[in-house]
Design a protein around this ligand. Sequence first.
Ligand SMILES: Cc1cc2nc3c(=O)[nH]c(=O)nc-3n(C[C@H](O)[C@H](O)[C@H](O)COP(=O)(O)OP(=O)(O)OC[C@H]3O[C@@H](n4cnc5c(N)ncnc54)[C@H](O)[C@@H]3O)c2cc1C
Ligand SMILES: O=C(O)[C@@H]1CCCC=N1
Length: 388
Amino acid sequence: MSAKQDYDCVVIGAGVQGSFTAYQLAKHNKKTLLLEQFVLPHTRGSSHGQTRIIRRAYEQDIYTQMMGEGYQLWAQLEKEAGVTLYRQTGLLVMGPETSGDYPLVKNTLLKNKVPTVILSRDNFHQHIPNVVLSEGHGALLDVTGGVLFADRALKAVQDQFQKLGGVIQDNEKVTEIKPGPVVKVMTSGGVYQARNVVITAGPWTNKLLAHTGFQLPLETVKINVCYWKEKTPGTYGVKQHFPCFVVTGSLESKEHIYGLPSNEYPDLVKICYHIGSKTDPDYRDLQTDTSDIDILKRYVSRCIPGLVPEPAVVESCMYTLTPDRHFVLDYHPNYSNIVIGAGFSGHGFKFGPVIGKLLCELSLGEVPSFDLSSFKIRRFQSHMKSAL
Ligand SMILES: Cc1cc2nc3c(=O)[nH]c(=O)nc-3n(C[C@H](O)[C@H](O)[C@H](O)COP(=O)(O)OP(=O)(O)OC[C@H]3O[C@@H](n4cnc5c(N)ncnc54)[C@H](O)[C@@H]3O)c2cc1C
Ligand SMILES: O=C(O)[C@@H]1CCCC=N1
């Protein structure tokens, strides 16, 4: 085992959140180490794949407001790295018009003056051909919604971090954390110490937190990432201005479905179900439940008639869910020099640059740029158990 190396901050986990946090710390001239258990790039966590949706359409103001800054920070990274990371397609939101999330999303967009087009049932078809709007559903377009090029973004932020002098050690799993005024981090390849540690370990968060005698109420689920073939190539393509879309749910309709235009694989449209089956991140391939694919097949054949209602490609990914589906952005309850960013609940990618900024602010002891009360650990008081 190599000799101890000292850093101002060690960030554990090089997914989107850890990579942006490390980048922000390096921007603040902190000597920063980013540790990743797998060889980069990898497909075993939550941040891989070519695309993610970016949007301001949310039920809660806080996310819509955070994304106001999010768009600016994505543009800044595009400029710094000289790459395109965002493609504007618009985001189509459909859902029961008077119940569930749709009216909340509509209200948030209008209240926050986000460019929005409300589609009526009469003009829906003219704007969005080849999609059937379900009975009783409303529809709107979050105009600046679109696609983020996820793999490219991860590489860009990690490259920028290294250009700023940051160190990435991949293929190096953290095996132990010894908290204290100086935290000791043991890995499969070395021992490091730092005044501050940030844990951004995605689905493995609780496995790491166990070393600190603490557990969060997190659940990891596997998502089947399905791609559906266009009957006529290009029908739902970015070049045809087909938007990203989200079908919001309600108590009666359990549809929580989202999709992105065909782009990454020729003639294939990515459409996924937002609810997955419980898994262990180290054994996710053993989770073989496909009931989500059955729900998607029925939706595709009913509402997206230009697609073959049988997935042509199925990949996999994981969500790390909190009970209320809001993030965890907070200090460790027992160690103020350990910051936790976790529980991104299947909607965290677009926030990567903002989360990186916020976790960096927490780690530096600065006042965070946004009110983080929705993201505090103490909201789970009744769920939490000590691992001590
Ligand atoms: C199918 C799918 C679709 C999604 N769609 C969207 C979308 O359209 N828009 C959106 O905004 N979000 C979306 N998300 C959510 C978003 O991708 C996640 O919220 C985000 O990627 C979470 O990032 P993370 O950094 O927290 O986790 P991860 O990417 O999992 O990163 C954690 C990292 O920590 C590493 N690690 C863990 N333990 C250790 C250890 N002991 N030592 C060293 N390293 C360790 C892991 O290997 C991993 O690389 C989607 C997610 C999925 C799965
Ligand atoms: O976060 C997103 O935008 C996507 C779409 C809705 C469900 C989850 N991820």
